[in-house]
Design a protein around this ligand. Structure first.
Ligand code: 4NP
Length: 152
């Protein structure tokens, strides 16, 4: 079992998209029982809010639901519960390390590391409104991550 938590600033756009895209990919690959997948925020800004409607619509275009997900903040104890803590941008990584007290077990990654684009950040739709660009980046990262865990 690989325990994965995706992290972004608000937990209403990028990280829930990654959570539900990877769950869908794992299910389609018959690998659901190999994964436990969640998502969380570094901020408290959107605490308790559902997935942002444009992000929800982008998932729905691809037949992916996200019903019931509400934003929560990353907690220090998540560092022990998860094997991989995957941020969307450099600011997320700073927030993860602040909340978790560093990264002593080397669990923190950027999503696009798995897309062959190390150090790059997922296109942030909050400021651009471009949820298609976010979808492409997140889909590529999740595909590489699934590949690495399934066959790596
Ligand atoms: P997310 O998007 O981090 O991808 O969920 C954002 C959501 C909320 C805010 C920023 C980004 N905000 O500033 O409230």
């Amino acid at each position: 079992m690989t325990n994965i938590i995706f992290v972004c600033l608000g937990n209403i756009c990028r990280s829930p998209m990654a959570e539900f895209i990877l769950k869908d990919m794992a299910e389609k690959a018959g690998l659901s029982d190999r994964f436990h997948i969640e998502s969380a925020a570094v901020s408290t800004e959107e605490y308790g809010n559902p997935v942002y409607p444009p992000a929800r619509r982008k998932l729905a275009e691809h037949g992916i639901g996200c019903t019931g997900k509400t934003a929560r903040q990353l907690r220090r104890e998540d560092y022990e519960r998860f094997d991989l803590i995957i941020g969307m941008d450099a600011g997320n990584l700073r927030g993860i390390r602040r909340i978790c007290g560093g990264d002593p077990a080397d669990k923190v990654r950027l999503l696009l590391d798995y897309a062959g684009r190390p150090g790059q950040e997922v296109a942030d739709p909050w400021y651009t409104g471009d949820f298609e660009a976010a979808w492409r980046d997140i889909e590529a990262g999740c595909r590489g991550l699934l590949e690495e865990i399934a066959h790596g």
